[in-house]
Design a protein around this ligand. Structure first.
Ligand code: ADP
Ligand code: ASP
Ligand code: MG
Length: 483
């Protein structure tokens, strides 16, 4: 039995939003107890946002009222605790109260010590995952599973950068094996908060918003898991963001490369770095819905699969800034691109998409915080043009580069929308471009219609009596059966 690889199960905030959701999660873990689960959990939904807002309020000089704003959040945790047995309940309630007091003290320090704000913010945020993992471990014990809360800081070792720490892989893998191995081998289910780690000196750091997926992937790689499961509020990775395209459909299989591109270009369902640790050990990543257990969700693995339509999904992200640098000096000169990218390097700013012509380079940035300083330096290299409020759309599918006509179809579908930057070919699986943010919903909706809905309507017309009702519901429209 000990040869069996463990399974890492990660539950997002919406999977632990209230007592009922916690109970559901406990049932899901129990149903896989023979697979030696290691559980990672996010803060209860809304908790990280609330903690972050309290830090901002404390920073603005009102630490006491900042602490008061968190009262409803603590009440939600207490509600969950009330479903525990009396002895566990007492201990958990005490821990919630202790957390409340510690957070209040930290918020006071945020107001007093401006130079330590980033470190203090991480310390405050870590309570979200700390409390949810404590509650979930208690819920699992209540459910009859032997379970133990484990402090993620004993496993995830980072470089200490506050707000978006980078994990140190070797140390993380070693610590995770040492900490979690004995528990798993003793049939105890470890429950860790995601998102949180410890820097070289043990200080609390966080992995960036949505980072619990990354924690799960790191633990999966550390323990050579049989599978990493990401349990969330949607049934797998969908053909588009369901908040924009309500009729988006589950993609049954994705390659690692496809999933990584989608996550990077805005499919929030996976943190952009989730895939990287899984790829190294070829660990399958499954994305499933904690409220729809009978749906298989999406399986991400090494194998690629070219679908009939080649395009598998459309991701998008907003809040993008594009920068164009034009200079005749670039023509036939070497060293120009190095000088240009060194500017972004110096300002620790990540460049997403890059395209070049003979005399200009266009690129896109997610984080424009350092833009004024960047533009000042770039101006020494050439003429700089900045466009804010852009969005990036990324059309993804294995085999896309080798399939004629895709780009033509994409751009003719949105021919009335101005495209300011196009990149295809850097990877064989995506076509990425920037448009103005105000039109992104319209563009994604039209592209989804073109690549996923029109084709299927045509198929249905060929086969007017389809056997699967699923195909119907995928359209999100009634009455198509009447045709
Ligand atoms: P969790 O709290 O479980 O981590 P997230 O909110 O981080 O959940 O991610 C799930 C959300 O991602 C979905 O509710 C959905 O709105 C959004 N999303 C964006 N693009 C996609 C996509 N292509 N497929 C699935 N979900 C997506
Ligand atoms: N709780 C953190 C966030 O909301 C991490 C996560 O949920 O993955 O960003
Ligand atoms: Mg998430």
């Amino acid at each position: 039995m000990h040869n069996l690889k463990p399974v890492v199960m990660k539950f997002g905030g919406t999977s632990v939003e209230d007592a009922r959701a916690f109970a559901r999660v406990a049932d899901i873990v129990a149903s896989q107890k023979y697979l030696r689960p290691v559980v990672v959990v996010s803060a209860m939904s809304g908790m990280t946002d609330a903690l972050l807002a309290s830090v901002c309020q404390a920073r603005a000089g009102s630490p006491q009222s900042a602490a008061t704003t968190l009262a409803p959040q603590f009440a939600r945790h207490v509600d969950v605790a009330m479903t525990l047995r009396a002895n566990e309940q007492k201990e958990v309630l005490r821990a919630i109260e202790a957390a409340r007091q510690e957070i209040a003290q930290l918020l006071n320090k945020v107001a007093e010590e401006p130079n330590k704000r980033a470190a203090l913010a991480d310390a405050v945020l870590s309570f979200g995952e700390g409390l949810s993992s404590m509650l979930l471990a208690a819920m699992l014990n209540r459910r009859g599973l032997s379970s133990q809360q484990v402090d993620a800081r004993d496993c995830i070792v980072t470089d200490g950068e506050h707000g978006c720490a980078t994990p140190l892989f070797e140390e993380t893998y070693q610590r995770s094996q040492e900490t979690l191995g004995p528990l798993v081998n003793s049939a105890i289910v470890p429950v860790l908060g995601g998102f949180v780690g410890a820097g070289p000196g043990g200080e609390t750091t966080t992995l960036g918003r949505g980072g619990s997926d990354y924690t799960a992937a790191l633990l999966g790689a550390a323990l050579r898991a049989g599978e990493i499961q990401i349990w969330t509020d949607v049934t797998g990775v969908l053909t588009a963001d369901p908040r924009v395209v309500p009729g988006a459909q589950t993609i049954p299989r994705l390659s690692y490369a496809e999933a990584a591109e989608l996550a990077y270009f805005g499919a929030k369902v996976l943190h952009p770095k989730t895939i990287q640790p899984a790829v190294e050990d070829n660990i399958p990543v499954r994305i499933c819905n904690s409220r729809a257990l009978d749906h298989a969700g999406t399986l991400v693995g090494a194998e690629s699969e070219t679908t009939a339509h080649t395009v598998k999904a459309i991701a998008h992200k907003t809040g993008v800034t594009t920068v164009q640098i034009s200079s005749a000096r670039m023509l036939g000169a070497y060293g120009f691109l190095r000088a240009l990218f060194e500017v972004f390097d110096r300002h620790r700013t990540i460049v997403d998409v890059v395209t070049t012509s003979e005399v200009s380079v266009s690129l896109s940035l997610d984080d424009a915080g350092a833009l004024p300083a960047i533009v000042a330096e770039l101006s020494q290299l050439g003429t700089v043009r900045v466009e804010r409020d852009r969005a990036i759309i990324c059309v993804v599918g294995e085999g896309l580069r080798g399939t004629p006509g895709i780009a033509a179809r994409v751009f003719s579908t949105i021919s009335d929308i101005n495209v300011t930057l196009i990149s295809q070919g850097a990877s064989s699986i995506n076509l990425t471009f920037a448009i103005e943010e105000a039109r992104v919903k319209e563009a994604v909706t039209r592209l989804h219609e073109e690549f996923f809905e029109v084709d299927q309507v045509e198929e249905l017309c060929k086969d007017p009596l389809p056997s699967s009702n699923k195909r119907m519901s995928a359209f999100g429209m009634q009455g198509i059966t009447d045709q």
